[in-house]
Design a protein around this ligand. Structure first.
Ligand SMILES: [Zn+2]
Ligand SMILES: [Zn+2]
Ligand SMILES: [Zn+2]
Length: 338
């Protein structure tokens, strides 16, 4: 079974796979996630169907797969973690624990080309509803400390290029979330305001803003880690994406669609999306949930991998200006304004 190992000195965490032979990659050219290929994936535990003018939840059985779906959720056919009750822990200095949890795929549209940068806003919202619903289910799991929601997108024909989110339920809170939570609570104790609320106050209408809606802002960070990286933040202090109503999810879908639409035209159609939110069980933290988007293509050099100092080639203000123009064009198109 896969293991979570902790490094001797940096204490960074690595997910070590099981030592098995590689499963043949038979879906490089054929997409198992497209409508019509439901029988080629595990049975979906959650299926959203657009019926009677609303979204209805159902599920597949082993014998019968639902059709006419708008989003479906099943166990990953290539899980990077899974549960094994036999697995044990190991102690210092070879610190390891079994990577308890599960790995799910949320297919966010029946259509292969409905990516987050190109789908309709309502289709993206359907994908977000399914994501939120499955995250709530995964948090019910025994010993689950965190559910990580993310997406890696690159264009292509295989399943990997079909619009989807991945959900990993984990027995520990990932280090980046731990550290953002620690800093948030430290700043809150000191200043009485969360750092993201503070940042929104400074950045709204400023040179790093890309686009805003009533409740969200997309912006390039003051100190980016990559050339092409941006954040989507709820303007009001909110701990978790799991509490959003369907209307709020629709507005979130709108800003995702327009900011990524601009990004895909200016930077490229290869990006990663990570949802950062407070662990459900740490209710006392002041964490302000947000989405981090970055280019999938840029790799890091020695200064970054060896010393942890990030270098980028253009000031974030120039990138925000470029992405802002493109995102506003996308929004005009999406809203039917010429
Ligand atoms: Zn597909
Ligand atoms: Zn806040
Ligand atoms: Zn974050």
């Amino acid at each position: 079974m896969p293991q979570l190992r902790s490094d001797y000195i940096s204490k960074s965490i690595s997910l070590i796979p099981e030592d098995t032979k590689n499963i043949p990659d038979d879906d490089r050219d054929v997409c198992k996630f497209c409508a019509g290929n439901e029988s080629r994936t595990p049975a979906a535990e959650l299926v959203l169907v657009d019926k009677y003018g609303g979204i209805v939840k159902t599920s597949d059985t082993e014998e019968e797969r639902s059709s006419q779906w708008v989003a479906r959720v099943f166990k990953s056919p290539r899980p990077i973690i899974y549960d094994d009750p036999e697995a044990g822990y190991s102690d210092e200095p070879l610190l390891a624990e079994p990577a308890h949890g599960s790995h799910y795929v949320v297919v966010t549209s029946p259509k292969h080309d409905d990516a987050f940068h190109s789908a309709s806003v309502s289709q993206i919202a359907n994908g977000l509803i399914a994501t939120q619903e499955q995250m709530k289910t995964l948090y019910q799991g025994k010993g689950i400390a965190y559910v990580a929601a993310y997406s890696n997108y690159t264009e292509g024909k295989g399943s990997i290029s079909h619009p989807h989110m991945e959900l990993l339920s984990l027995s520990r809170v990932p280090p980046v979330i731990e550290s953002e939570m620690r800093v948030t609570d430290m700043v809150f104790d000191e200043l009485g305001i969360c750092p993201i609320c503070r940042m929104i106050g400074v950045e709204t209408g400023g040179p790093r803003q890309i686009i805003t809606t009533d409740s969200y802002i997309a912006m390039v960070p003051w100190a980016p880690k990559k050339d092409a990286e941006f954040l989507i933040l709820p303007k009001k202090h909110q701990r978790s994406f799991l509490k959003l109503t369907q209307n709020q999810l629709k507005e979130l879908a709108m800003i995702i669609r327009c900011s990524l639409g601009g990004f895909s035209k200016e930077i490229g159609k290869a990006y990663t999306i990570a949802f950062h939110m407070a662990p459900e069980r740490k209710q006392q933290s002041q964490f302000h949930w947000h989405i981090e988007v970055s280019s999938f293509e840029q790799s890091y050099g020695a200064l970054t991998t060896g010393f942890g100092v990030y270098t980028i080639s253009r000031p974030p203000e120039r990138i925000a200006e470029q992405l802002g123009k493109a995102a506003r064009r996308e929004m005009a198109n999406v809203m039917g304004v010429k």
